[in-house]
Design a protein around this ligand. Structure first.
Ligand SMILES: Cc1cc2nc3c(=O)[nH]c(=O)nc-3n(C[C@H](O)[C@H](O)[C@H](O)COP(=O)(O)O)c2cc1C
Length: 309
């Protein structure tokens, strides 16, 4: 029987399947429809300094094999999360990763300062796909200098727990961003966040989302995510959490083969909220059928053609 256990930046996980940020609320809301204790960990909705109401509807629309969203980082704010959600999450005995974002470096630091005083967290995930108000709204994660600045400030604030930096795929060279994040102090990397996209109606001549542009996720982005995970794994030496379109146990195995140590499941939870928690058993079934002794042994074992390495 295959062993699923793994470890990310010193955090032991019973399996490599995590619920992705922004797609699994604060975890507790999914308890009636998902076996939370079967997950390797839960990454909660992005947390900001103050509550954010989010964008107007429509802010989610379906596309071919994917979903486009512009939720607008709606959340209850870091203080309410610590006071109300974190104590409830403790009941499930699943490691909790806090996803942190901001619009200025001081915002990231302040959110981390509040989380440092809280109990019941395993790690931090830094969402750098947010507009940097000091740089005209350019995302932190698309400029190596701004990324390095945000990561080093966050690393100095994150003293108690590992810092995982979640890379934006909206760049021309993901390897450069990975290197910048690791050099600035990232203990691990997660990727990919959503890809910038646009869905429109030809009849109304208008975008389908209230904001116009949105972020594309789901099976449509899996090949891009696998490519980027593979590139990043070949570039840096920190643990990688892969995500983008994962919906089956075999999808999980594919990400491990490309060099990920763990994965996150996002959009699949929108069509089946119990799906993420079923994937560890599916992965185990795949490994058993293939006579592979452990999930960890798959990591980085993709056989690439010589010229592509
Ligand atoms: C509705 C929605 C909300 C999201 N909110 C966040 C968020 O708050 N913070 C974050 O880092 N990523 C957020 N993401 C990105 C996901 O965590 C994930 O990186 C992305 O969707 C790719 O994985 P998937 O194809 O399995 O969904 C969001 C994605 C969706 C679909």
């Amino acid at each position: 029987m295959a062993d699923l256990s793994t470890s990310i930046c010193g955090v032991d996980l019973k399996n490599p399947v995590l619920a992705a940020s922004g797609t699994f609320a604060y975890g507790v809301e999914f308890a009636p429809v998902a076996d939370l204790e079967k997950l390797g960990a839960i990454v909660v909705k992005g947390l900001s300094r103050e509550p954010i109401a989010g964008n107007a509807s429509p802010r989610v629309t379906e596309t071919a094999s994917g979903m486009l969203n512009s939720i607008g980082l709606q959340n209850i704010g870091v203080r309410a999360f610590v006071a109300e959600k974190l104590p409830q999450l403790a009941e499930f005995g699943v490691p909790v990763v806090a996803n942190v974002f901001g619009f200025r470096i001081e915002d990231y630091v302040e959110v981390l300062r509040v989380l440092e005083d809280a109990e019941g967290l395993a790690a931090y995930e830094l969402n750098v796909s947010c507009p940097n108000t000091h740089r005209g709204g350019l995302e932190f994660g698309v400029d190596a200098g701004a990324l390095a600045e945000a990561v080093s400030a966050a690393k100095a604030a994150a003293r108690r727990r590992p810092l995982i930096v979640k890379l934006s795929p909206n760049v021309s060279d993901i390897a450069e961003m990975a290197r910048a994040a690791v050099d600035a102090g990232a203990d691990g990397l997660s990727l990919i966040n959503t890809l910038r996209g646009l869905a429109i109606s030809a009849a109304s001549r208008k975008p389908l989302l209230s904001t116009g542009y949105g972020g594309l996720s789901g099976p449509a982005i899996k090949p891009i995510a696998l490519y980027m995970v593979h590139r990043v794994a070949a570039t840096v030496d920190v643990p990688i959490i892969g995500m983008g379109g994962i919906a089956t146990g075999e999808d999980v195995a594919e990400f491990l083969l490309c060099g990920a140590t763990a994965v996150q499941v996002g959009t699949a939870s929108f069509w089946d909220p119990g799906r993420a928690a079923e994937l560890p058993a599916e992965l185990k079934g795949f490994l058993d059928r293939q006579h592979i002794e452990s999930a960890a042994s798959l990591r980085g074992k993709l056989a690439m053609p010589q010229q592509m390495r």
